[in-house]
Design a protein around this ligand. Structure first.
Ligand code: URA
Length: 438
């Protein structure tokens, strides 16, 4: 393989709308990671791929080449199948904190590799690390051992996993080529394939707070990723879920951990519970623990209400360095809280997830730059959501703030109020689950 190949010819073929062979894409990715194809050549190919598109077989071959560019997790020796889930990112999306122990409590091993917050979206690792002592930098061996011992582990992707994705993403980020369906799908799926699970359930978000705002685009992305996973021999399902408003009430790391705990105690917000049960149903069906997703969701509902999911969560936290029997103790609390009141009577039409996500990030819950330090205590709790009737002066949301700095406080309150649209009539309700690809 590779004899006679050169970057110029590969770029020209994609520029002219031709189809690459799997060998050609494997050569391109390998040579790029080795430094033998220059950044400017890879950038040109990315733009050609952006404009010309990639066929399903090219997208699969690209994903496999990216997966093979680094370390992959070997889950040999574990009871199979092992399942993983992935969310394309949202605001208030603490689903993994509930779902991973929930599915493990139903007898299906969960091996989850997670990421950090990006832009206005939160990251599972940042949420877990809000718990005192919790570590997510497990080695592949420790990851596998923990899944064998307690049925669940949630770890950070290390530097040795999919180096091609890191290098390609950095180029895409500065060459206006991020927003390409096959490039996004291959970037997400190479990380899932490298993490080793036999079955993967994707939670593809859509709406104003999501990467894919339109339902059709999100559904296309979901289908493309399911096809890649199946092409690589994995069992796959995807659920397209709503991210137009924040999920649940809490946005911010320690706040979201508290809401996940309340959910594991059977007192979760309805939207979060519904999404967790739908995803759990898909995972249990894919993993042969239920005949159908609906039956799996019922099994999961039981585990959420009988305390078994909570006990697995507590074992997970302890195994990863956190307190024994963790139930919220030691979580950071913000020094200042301010309520945001409704300016008028009416019905909440929309709570803008993007605006709330950006506000939480600016308060310190996320990173405005790659190396910014997160404040686990801060964030926003939305008490009123789309469809709720409110009266002027009633509390819409509570801000959890880092310090009583007058200017910042007033502008944060204004930003939060501006995230709410209030009108006279009930809004058209958006479904929570837009599509299921099973
Ligand atoms: N998330 C990823 O991991 N990669 C992309 O390209 C886009 C979103």
């Amino acid at each position: 393989m590779g004899r006679g190949m050169n970057a110029y010819d590969v770029i020209a073929r994609k520029r002219d709308g031709q189809t690459h062979s799997a060998d050609e894409l494997a050569w391109l990715v390998k040579s790029f990671v080795a430094g033998e194809v220059a950044d400017y050549q890879m950038a040109a190919w990315l733009m050609a791929a952006y404009l010309r598109g990639l066929t399903p077989s090219e997208t699969l071959a690209l994903t496999m080449a990216m997966t093979d560019s680094g370390q992959t997790v070997d889950l040999a020796g574990l009871p199979r199948p092992v399942v993983d889930k992935h969310s394309t990112g949202g605001v208030g999306d603490k689903t993994t904190l509930v779902l991973a122990p929930l599915v493990a409590a139903c007898g299906l091993p969960v091996a989850k590799m997670s990421g950090r917050g990006l832009g206005h979206t939160g990251g599972t690792l940042d949420k877990l690390e809000a718990i005192p002592g919790v570590r997510t930098d497990l080695s592949p061996a420790a990851f596998r051992d923990q899944v064998a011992r307690i049925g669940v582990a949630v770890v950070a992707q290390n530097e040795q996993v999919v180096p091609a994705d890191r290098l390609l993403y950095a180029l895409r980020d500065v060459t206006a080529t991020v927003d390409s369906l096959p490039l996004i799908a291959s970037s997400i799926m190479c990380k899932k394939l490298a993490a080793g699970a036999d079955a993967v359930v994707l939670d593809v978000k859509t709406g104003g707070g999501a990467f894919m705002r339109e339902v059709e685009a999100a559904t296309d992305l979901a289908r493309t990723m399911v096809r890649i996973g199946r092409g690589a021999g994995r069992r796959m399902a995807a659920v397209v879920t709503d991210m137009d408003g924040p999920l649940g009430a809490a946005v911010g790391n320690a706040l979201e951990v508290r809401e996940a705990l309340a959910t594991l105690h059977g007192r979760g917000p309805a939207d979060l519970v519904e999404i967790c049960l739908a995803l759990a149903g898909q995972m249990l069906a894919l993993g042969d623990r239920a005949a159908t997703a609906a039956e799996g969701a019922e099994t999961a509902r039981e585990a959420l209400h009988n305390g078994s999911a909570l006990r697995v969560f507590q074992r997970l936290i302890e195994a990863q360095g956190g307190p024994t029997n963790f139930d919220g103790d030691g979580l950071a609390e913000a020094p200042v809280r301010r309520e945001v009141a409704a300016g008028e009577d009416g019905v909440v039409q929309r709570v803008d997830a993007l605006a709330i996500g950006l506000l939480a990030r600016d308060l310190g819950a996320g990173r405005a730059t790659k190396d910014a330090i997160i404040d686990p205590a801060v964030g926003v709790v939305v008490h009123r959501k789309a469809g709720d009737r409110v009266r002027r002066g009633e509390t819409l949301a509570t801000l959890h703030l880092p310090r009583p700095d007058a200017d910042g406080v007033e502008s944060a309150i204004e930003a939060c109020r501006a995230a709410y649209t209030i009108g006279p009539d009930a809004p058209l309700s958006r479904p929570l689950i837009h599509a299921v690809i099973g």
